[in-house]
Design a protein around this ligand. Sequence first.
Ligand code: LLP
Length: 391
Amino acid sequence: MEYINNELHIGPNKKNLKSLTANYMRPIYVYDLDFIRMRFKAMAAALQNVRIFYAMKANSNPEVLACLKECGAGADVVSLGEIKRALESGFTPADIVYSGVGKTRHEITEALKLEIYQINVESLPELERIGEIAKAMGKKASIALRLNPDIDIKTHPYIATGLRDNKFGMELSLIPELIACLKKYASSLELVGVSLHLGSQMLEFDGYQEALERLKNVYHSLKQEFSTLRRFDFGGGLGIIYERSELDKEQSLLQEYAKITLNSLKELNCELQSEPGRWLLAHAGVLITQVQYVKKTSEKTFVIVDSGMNHLVRPSLYEAYHTILPLDKKSHEGVYDIVGPICESSDFFAKDRKLPEVKEGDFLAIADAGAYGYSMASTYNQQELPLEICI
Ligand code: LLP
């Protein structure tokens, strides 16, 4: 985002955000599709022949999904709801990788009916359940084992998934039992892949590299038992820079991530898959909200806006930092707590934030909200959901 003539613009084609507020009714998520295309191209170029399955939990807006499908992405899903949304938006079952720890019998049955490309299995009872259902249906399920290498990637604890005390994936010590189960259901389960996802907003890669090494060994030993094994899915998780002043580091992070991944996995000589979400979407979206009141107390100046934790929960849930900029830039500055209308003290977007002066009726843009924004929104306090606009 940048100011041109003191008005805020977004994306590679510098679109003016102010024009979207002419008939403003309630907060708006704006997604720039050119920006998404640009990010996809950049990631696809860095990862070379890796097949990208977009993690649609980051943003499942139908136009966003259709745009990514057109770019050549597949979809990483975690529920039957996401499968349905992906299919409605133009993906086919052959484009879909199905992850998640809690797949119900109904969800598994539907996924098997559709002949989903790959099911990432997260526990032994789940593998057993899929085997049982596939057998009864006379289907063969394409299975990838999501393994948990017990690695710390140094992210917020709520979004780390690759440690032994996380509910995700399966411990490496479980391999003999997994092999036995795969053999028991040999005519209904086909082992096609090994998968991993260590967590989200990963900005340094030592742990990730170690995890790849551990799983490479597992891949080799499984390959000896199962000649059908041919895919390695290294998950998502590449972080983005939320602090605008450090944005220029992002390109080198992508290059480093790609280099580590490709160098480490090339000896497997297999199909490589990735599941990025945040990296493709975050910068391409903003949340536009309107100032209702500027409320001064002896301690603070609160800017009370018409959006809150109900629309973008990241600051409340992870104490996440988001850049906030007024659509019209003014010359004076103030220091504000930017808060929403929700009846919780955790309902804030920023605390003690220096901003150009803000007045009632002004519009603010909350940046980098394209990922895990609307997709995590709720109607708490019976507030309406925000609008979504793709430009
Ligand atoms: N694959 C799996 C199995 C996942 O669970 C996730 C994210 C991804 C891929 C995509 O990860 P990404 O590339 O977006 O980091 N709500 C949190 C993030 C939760 C991530 C959940 N899983 C946030 O707002 O930071």
